[in-house]
Ligand binder design. Sequence first.
Ligand code: LLP
Length: 424
Amino acid sequence: MNPVDLRLLPDTSAVSPDGSLSIGGCSVVDLAAQYGTPLFVYDEAHLRARCREAVDTFGHGRAVYATKAFLCGAMARLAHEEGMLLDVASGGELFVALHAGVPADSLTVHGNNKSLAELRMALTAGVRHIVVDSFDELDRLDALHAEGLPVPKVLARITPGVHAHTHEFIATGQDDSKFGFNLGNGDAHRAIDRMRRSPSVQLEGVHCHIGSNVFEASNFAKAAEVMASFAIPLDLPELVLGGGLGVAYVEGEEAPTITQWGNVLLDACEALGVRSSVSVEPGRSIVASAAITVYEVGTVKQIPGVRTYVSVDGGMSDNPRPVLYGSGYEAFLPRDVRAGRPSRARLVGKHCESGDVLIFDAALPADLRVGDLLATPVTGAYGHSMASNYNKLTRPPVVFVRDGEHRLVVRRETYEDLVSCDVD
Ligand code: LLP
């Protein structure tokens, strides 16, 4: 029944006298008319505020934006301008960050299976840190050293054996994980010994990331405790505690703020006697609630006694999270933000499969009709970045809004883009 919870919307969201939504001083209905749908609208002030909060909480050089959550040139530059370092997890992310003009010495390179080519690219560029994930990667770094490439500063990714309370697919700290050197079976110590003796790497510290969309501060405190007892005797300059702070996606969810998260981590480290510089890699908490996705409703199918299906012009290609992780979202009308939502329907996309669901049981306004714009909040993280061309849909554009101005930062793909890689 309730209208959408305005706390889920970007910071500068405002309800106009006619009941419609503006973000950054721009009418969402007008943005959709100008740029078409589906459309990602990001609140630039919100993005900047979250970056600054992270830098203020952890300190300059200690807040690293995890670009996998949302990356394009404009976002890379924005995070860099606000004083964040950037974490990249593939050659492609590294390329985009460098292409955006972010200096290599602001970049940390991640990945559980970095190729020789990706490592060569990182070493040649002169990145700040490589987070070494496996013994095979150390072999590759030895080979690159033999080629005469510069010796990188590295962190060792440790799997601390802490199980974060989140979806199985995005929990990474437990022993049964493809990531990092396990603490429990001695691999972590063996890796540190090897790195300390190796002429191919300069070991600067240790790293962990227990999982993503974690709400409970106690999970982070536990990881800090395990990592501190491992790291303190090593006496290395850096301790990185990963990302993973959860965000509220639906009504009733509450997540710690970046500041609260920081206090938990930093207090725990201080109490444990950590002397290293403590840094973090937030992705979702920087960008998730900064954006909404705007769709147009194309069909409303009522099946009496069964359910109603409301179809929009996007779907699992712009937001695969409901299908992948069962993630919940809300929906509302940008023309009437305060409308009650007494109707129930399954909000689906336009892909050729029944699994193409955006909201399994959506609360929707009673007067929702074909042709309406419908928006889902909190789509700024892992939406555009996980978008696909399934069914050859073109990926949506991204618009940044701020102080009454809007600018297109990623254009909509065209049909020509869809054939641009075909060579035969
Ligand atoms: N650092 C490392 C090493 C990571 O693997 C990740 C996320 C982060 C930082 C950032 O975590 P965040 O603060 O965003 O939670 N596609 C999934 C999330 C996968 C996260 C992968 N790693 C989703 O849509 O929920």
